[in-house]
Design a binder for this molecule. Structure first.
Ligand code: ZN
Length: 255
């Protein structure tokens, strides 16, 4: 392990443009359940009920979706960033972090103090709600207050269109601009840090793959194996919250 930390610190210290790619593993260390894990939210809900096309075509499906989503949002709202989130903020302070591309919707990078303009949320954010018809967005808390007051199917104040949390649901198209920007950053970086992602959800996982294809070095810290492990310069299967802060601190000796 010490050798892997040392090698990682050297990779990080020598890099000039670092792209961090973060996934559910970061959130679980802040107490937010991974919906793909046993005991997660999908043990009590059927994911096929929350397919995008069902949500928009059935009032009943959308009502059930809001109930599930409100429960999940409550957990996220109270979650606090963990040492991995703070380590990324520290890395930004060194001027070598180009961006954080995150699959997470929990706002924890911003809560840890990372600059909002450095955080690209490719699966959207649970902290906003958007109108699927006119595109107007709302603060999540404002819509949650309406739900708590008894509204079951909140609609847009401007156009009466369907409101939905600004996250990407199963079957919903990815935000094109965020994906394109992430791939551009992947091509430009010289080190891609994969943190807490098993790299199984596409097209998100194509971001670190693109970085590798474009010649960037690859450092993966994730509890489980990933399909890119064989291509990586260093792979650590352990807690990102425990290891990343040590690696970021040790990187100073190599920069
Ligand atoms: Zn609208």
């Amino acid at each position: 392990m010490e050798e892997a930390v040392e090698k990682s610190a050297k990779l990080l210290g020598e890099a000039r443009g670092v792209l961090a790619f973060t996934g559910a593993g970061l959130s679980t260390e802040s107490g937010i359940p991974d919906f793909r894990s046993p005991g997660g939210i999908w043990d009590r809900y059927d994911p096929s009920d929350f397919d995008f096309h069902r949500i928009v075509s059935s009032d009943r499906a959308r009502e059930a979706y809001w109930k599930m989503s409100t429960e999940f949002y409550g957990t996220m709202k109270d979650a606090r960033p963990n040492p991995a989130h703070f380590a990324l903020r520290e890395l930004e302070e060194t001027g070598r972090l180009s961006a954080i591309v995150t699959q997470n919707i929990d706002n924890l990078h911003q809560k840890a103090g990372s600059s909002p303009e450095k955080v690209i949320e490719i699966h959207g954010t649970a902290f906003r709600v958007s109108c699927l018809d006119c595109g107007r967005t709302y603060a999540r808390d404002a819509i949650e207050a309406r739900l708590a007051a008894g509204e079951s199917l909140p609609a847009c104040d401007d156009c009466s269109g369907i409101l939905k949390p600004a996250t990407i649901s199963f079957g919903q198209a990815m935000p094109r601009e965020a994906m394109e920007e992430s791939l551009r950053l992947a091509e430009a970086c010289d080190l891609c840090l994969v943190l807490g992602s098993s790299l199984v959800v596409y097209p998100a996982a194509s971001v670190p793959a693109r970085a590798h294809e474009s010649g960037a070095r690859l450092l993966i810290i994730n509890r489980d194996t990933t399909p890119l492990d064989d291509l990586a310069d260093v792979v650590i299967h352990d807690s990102v919250g425990e290891l990343l802060p040590r690696i970021v601190r040790a990187a100073g000796r190599f920069s």
